[in-house]
Design a protein around this ligand. Structure first.
Ligand code: SRM
Ligand code: SF4
Length: 574
């Protein structure tokens, strides 16, 4: 299908392509391997297919060496990621996730950077029950991982206007319409009978086809002035355009992504480019056609170059737009003006529409568990038992207790206080603007700590912040355990990427509004150097900044990092 003058890169298909093609629409031998009572793990082929069902096989890396020495196999366990468009969850759903984490998982929940729940530490024997219990509360894990469209992000703040509900509905529609259509998930996890027939591929997967996409695909929907979804990091971003308080449509941005590989210049983070405007009714059509362009022209030979951002860069925007218009049979309108102000969250109580209140709770690193003074897990569980509204998981790993009536606000506030959850409001603005990916001990790709380390690093940076009178100065800081960028490090004003245990590359200069990538500042440095560098930088910022100037803009203005040529493998084509 498509234009004969453009084509996908040459080269033999990667192993994953063969696996997908032969999997009978994501079945493979997953069901049989999951049911095998003699093995705590599944094969690598099945692990690849499992991702499309929203789960990964992992092992506890804290125990890896010790178990190796004892000649034991790795401590196999599974991570499950829920599909939760726009991060909206009912209290019943929260309570079920909480219970699953207790019963089958590691007793914690991870609120992810794409607004959903992850549960870690689930043993193979408990996987089917876990999946079934997730489905009991009308959630699922289909396409939460894998080479398909992932959980659609949306600005879920219910407090600004009716518009948020409307935009959320469009995000949910995108998520539902773009799901794979195979019944493999229902057969493997929910005991649906397999219908024996050999339907045509078009009947099973009309959009994806038998080999799905070359790589994962991500969509996010932002409502200016908030860019909390980091719309420029998405393969496909929609920016809501509002006139006279009415949603008139969305600007379309394509080709964003954060991942790269240390030392591989062919890989790089990229900012999505705005290519036009469409009406709300057109967004599913636009998404479908963009996905089919990536399906047909994405790199199926080299997975490191397979994301849509590389397809966009290879084909060029004009060719890509022309191809999109051909497939749509109509043209995008000219993009409309918009302005973002920040990509972080706003905390505490805010009065919303229809007299309802919303409380945004800072959840450090997105980890829901009971700490010494802050009992997040118990506190939210107790709130969920009495709360009449719902919850919104934010793209910054935080939680909104949403739609609280004035009548119930006192009760919720008492619970927040009882469990130490209002104390978070006293954290420095730097901490409240921090994000860290999971990294060790569960992530198989991490080279250094992130979620377990960033809070203690921030303890030390807070001393510098306080010395310079910057406690209330909002500066975004993000850390990942490897260059895959799961905490969108390249869009943090201060960013760290793990290189090896205790060593990080340090980046500076991203836009506070999430529209500019950061630049490499120093390579392979440890805590001592990080702190001494920040001491100098933050002291200069306190003294030399212009009124209202953000830290990311400051480091560029005074030449600490260079906006364009910085010697990294960042291709900032803005
Ligand atoms: Fe991610 C792989 C965790 C958001 C880019 N990511 C992984 C895996 C599954 C590791 C693996 O492949 O074995 C991590 C599981 C760790 C664990 O133990 O749970 C993982 N990613 C996460 C989460 C949980 C981080 C968090 O702390 O919140 C986020 C889950 C999101 C979700 O709910 O769906 C998460 N990952 C992201 C984001 C941010 C985003 O999407 O907004 C990115 C950067 C944006 C992007 O995709 O470009 C991201 N994850 C990656 C990549 C690099 C992809 C690439 O283009 O090169 C990988 C590795 C891969 O795909 O090969 C990866
Ligand atoms: Fe793992 Fe790397 Fe993603 Fe962190 S950024 S969760 S270390 S893959």
């Amino acid at each position: 299908m498509g234009n004969k003058s453009i084509k996908a890169p040459d080269g033999p298909p990667s192993i994953n392509e063969k696996l997908k093609r032969e999997s009978q629409f994501l079945r493979g031998t997953l069901k049989e391997e999951m049911a095998d009572p003699l093995q705590a793990c599944i094969s690598e082929n099945s692990n690849q297919l499992l991702k499309f069902h929203g789960s990964y096989q992992q092992d506890d890396r804290d125990l890896r060496n010790q178990r190796q020495k004892q000649k034991l196999e790795p401590a196999y366990q599974f991570m499950i990621r829920v599909r939760l468009p726009g991060g909206v969850a009912t209290t019943e759903q929260w309570l079920m996730m909480d219970e699953i984490a207790e019963k089958y998982g590691n007793h914690t929940l991870k609120l992810t950077t794409r607004q959903t729940f992850q549960m870690h530490g689930i043993l193979k024997w408990n996987m089917k029950e876990t999946m079934q219990e997730i489905n009991q509360v009308l959630l699922d894990t289909i396409a939460a991982c894998g080479d398909v469209n992932r959980n659609v992000m949306s600005n879920a703040n219910p407090f600004q206007s009716e518009l948020h509900a409307e935009v959320y509905e469009w995000s949910k529609k995108l998520s539902d319409d773009l799901l794979p259509k195979t019944r493999a998930y229902h057969e493997i996890w929910l005991d649906e009978e397999k219908v024996f027939s050999s339907p045509e591929v078009e009947e099973v997967e009309p959009m994806y086809g038998p080999v799905y996409l070359p790589r994962k695909f991500k969509i996010g929907v932002a409502i200016p002035p908030s860019n909390d979804v980091d719309v420029f990091s998405q393969d496909l971003g929609y920016i809501a355009i509002v006139e006279d308080d009415k949603l008139i449509g969305f600007n379309v941005a394509i080709g964003g992504g954060m991942g790269m590989t240390h030392g591989d210049k062919e890989t790089y983070p990229q900012i999505a480019k705005v290519i036009g405007f469409c009406t709300p009714e057109q967004i599913v059509d636009v998404a479908e056609k963009i996905i089919t362009v990536q399906r047909d022209y994405g790199n199926r030979s080299n997975r490191k170059n397979a994301r849509f951002k590389y397809t966009v860069d290879r084909l060029g925007l004009p060719t890509l737009k022309e191809e999109l218009h051909n497939r749509l049979g109509w043209e995008l309108a000219e993009a409309k003006p918009f302005k973002f102000e920040h990509n972080g969250d706003r905390y505490g109580w805010v009065k919303g529409i229809k007299g309802k209140w919303n409380f945004t709770l800072f959840v450090e690193g997105g980890r829901v568990k009971d700490f010494e003074n802050i009992k997040i897990k118990t506190g939210i569980r107790e709130i969920a038992k009495v709360h009449k509204g719902d919850f919104r998981l934010t793209p910054n790993q935080n939680l909104i207790i949403a739609n609280v009536s004035s009548h119930h606000k006192k009760q919720i506030n008492e619970l927040l206080e009882k469990y130490g959850l209002t104390d978070g409001q006293h954290f420095s603005a730097l901490r409240r603007n921090s994000m860290a990916c999971v990294a060790l001990p569960t992530c198989g790709l991490s080279m250094a700590e992130a979620e377990r380390y960033l809070p203690t690093l921030i303890d030390k940076i807070e001393t510098i912040v306080d010395e310079n009178g910057l406690r209330d100065e909002e500066i975004t800081i993000r850390m990942t355990g490897c260059p895959n960028g799961c905490a969108r490090h390249a869009l943090g004003e201060i960013g760290f990427i793990g290189k090896s245990l205790g060593k990080y590359n340090m980046y500076l200069g991203a836009g506070f509004d999430g529209s500019r990538l950061s630049k490499l500042y120093l390579e392979n440095i440890g805590e001592e150097e990080i702190l001494s560098e920040l001491k100098g930088l933050l002291s200069r910022y306190a003294k030399e900044r212009e009124e209202g100037e953000h830290f990311g803009d400051f480091v560029i203005r005074v030449g600490i990092v260079n906006e364009t040529t910085d010697g990294t493998n960042f291709h900032d084509l803005q």
